[in-house]
Unconditional design. Structure first.
Length: 370
């Protein structure tokens, strides 16, 4: 009977957790996708590219919401059982309250493992794939970039300016600067026409001049017509990977190497090019330690079963537990920014909530077993 009761509670909670997490993640994803629409016009990529880009961000959204939704799922399921007097059936069938709390903690370990898999492997990989996809995609939405009397420098190594567009869609008085490692080109034209084949955008320029500068000098050329392939350029916003996109193995290697040798490694190594070791420690703390806050919110949520609705201050007690749970979730995000090294002060700050929770759990177990 005990196994059946625990199984029912597990299924009810996991059902709410899955539906709630996916629903809320979808809402957040849609909001983010709408915000990314601005990038379509600013960066020159198609809607298809940015749809896939936002899709790669979905694991990150789920990871961020998981601890919150798990706490809500535990809290909601226990509240519903209390309202329907199902918890009384638990106690009448010989289930002790400390056994119920321990079951929820065992349940939370599954969620912690899921959170760790997301944080350590899936999210960094999906974030890296998202940026790589943008970086390797050709700019195929150039018409949105070319606006009258506006310098466009969103494109890497390229600056564009057009004075106006006529009724035929032709661009009048064009300025273009192409900067490369081996030199630069400054191109001007009286007229330009944007063309597209199956895969690429081309800019046909008429009646203009070109200044080609390199280490050997400069050349001035006039032309009647020339053509530039615009699709070979990428956007500036996708060049440098962020630390959130780096694999956990790489960050650990960076950390081990910097302590084995010296901090200059971060300045010289391309993969570990960050301001210092503190940013790596902070990121690893977020990925590997923050998921264990799920244990803390599980303890807080399970405490709701300690009192019944007949308790005089049950509503206040319920609200207080909910508030503490939310504060712990917020605290889990705030404390990560203070953990920047392995010294005693930072370790105390980073692990203080766990010490308090362990003391509280031990006290709770002793009281319930009396």
């Amino acid at each position: 009977m005990e196994k059946l009761i625990f199984r029912k509670f597990f299924l009810d909670t996991i059902k709410f957790l899955i539906i709630g997490t996916l629903s809320l993640s979808l809402i957040v994803w849609v909001i983010q996708a709408v915000n990314y629409l601005d990038f379509v016009s600013e960066d020159g990529h198609s809607f298809k590219v940015y749809f896939l880009y936002t899709l790669f961000n979905l694991p990150k959204i789920i990871s961020r919401l998981l601890i919150f939704m798990f706490f809500i799922a535990i809290f909601y399921t226990i509240s519903r059982y209390e309202e329907k007097n199902e918890l009384i059936i638990f106690w009448l069938n010989g289930i002790k309250k400390f056994e119920f709390i321990n079951f929820i903690l065992k349940f939370s370990i599954i969620i912690i493992l899921l959170q760790l898999i997301l944080n350590l492997f899936i999210v960094p990989k999906s974030q890296d794939l998202a940026r790589s996809y943008i970086r390797t995609s050709n700019i195929d939405y150039f018409p949105s970039l070319l606006k009258s009397k506006k310098f466009v420098s969103t494109v890497e190594d390229l600056t564009l300016f057009i004075e106006k567009k006529n009724e035929k869609g032709e661009m009048i008085n064009i300025f273009l600067k192409d900067t490369q490692e081996d030199g630069s080109q400054i191109i001007s034209a009286k007229k330009g026409v944007l063309k597209k084949d199956k895969e690429n955008f081309f800019l046909d320029l008429y009646d203009g001049s070109l200044i080609d500068s390199n280490s050997q000098g400069s050349n001035f050329i006039t032309y009647d017509r020339t053509q530039i392939n615009l699709s070979k350029y990428s956007t500036k916003t996708t060049v440098d990977p962020k630390i959130q996109e780096q694999s956990t193995n790489l960050l650990l290697s960076c950390l081990i190497t910097v302590y084995k040798y010296n901090s200059s490694f971060f300045k010289d190594n391309l993969d570990c090019k960050y301001e210092g070791v503190n940013i790596v420690i902070e990121e690893l703390y977020k990925r590997s330690v923050v998921p264990f806050y799920i244990l803390i919110v599980a303890i807080i949520g399970s405490c709701l079963a300690l009192k019944s609705e007949n308790y005089a201050h049950f509503t206040k007690f319920k609200f207080l537990l909910f508030l503490i749970g939310i504060l712990i979730i917020v605290l889990s995000q705030l404390l990560s920014s203070y953990v920047e090294s392995f010294d005693l002060k930072n370790m105390i700050i980073g692990f203080f909530p766990f010490f308090i929770s362990l003391i509280f759990y031990s006290y709770l177990q002793l009281r319930l077993k009396e």
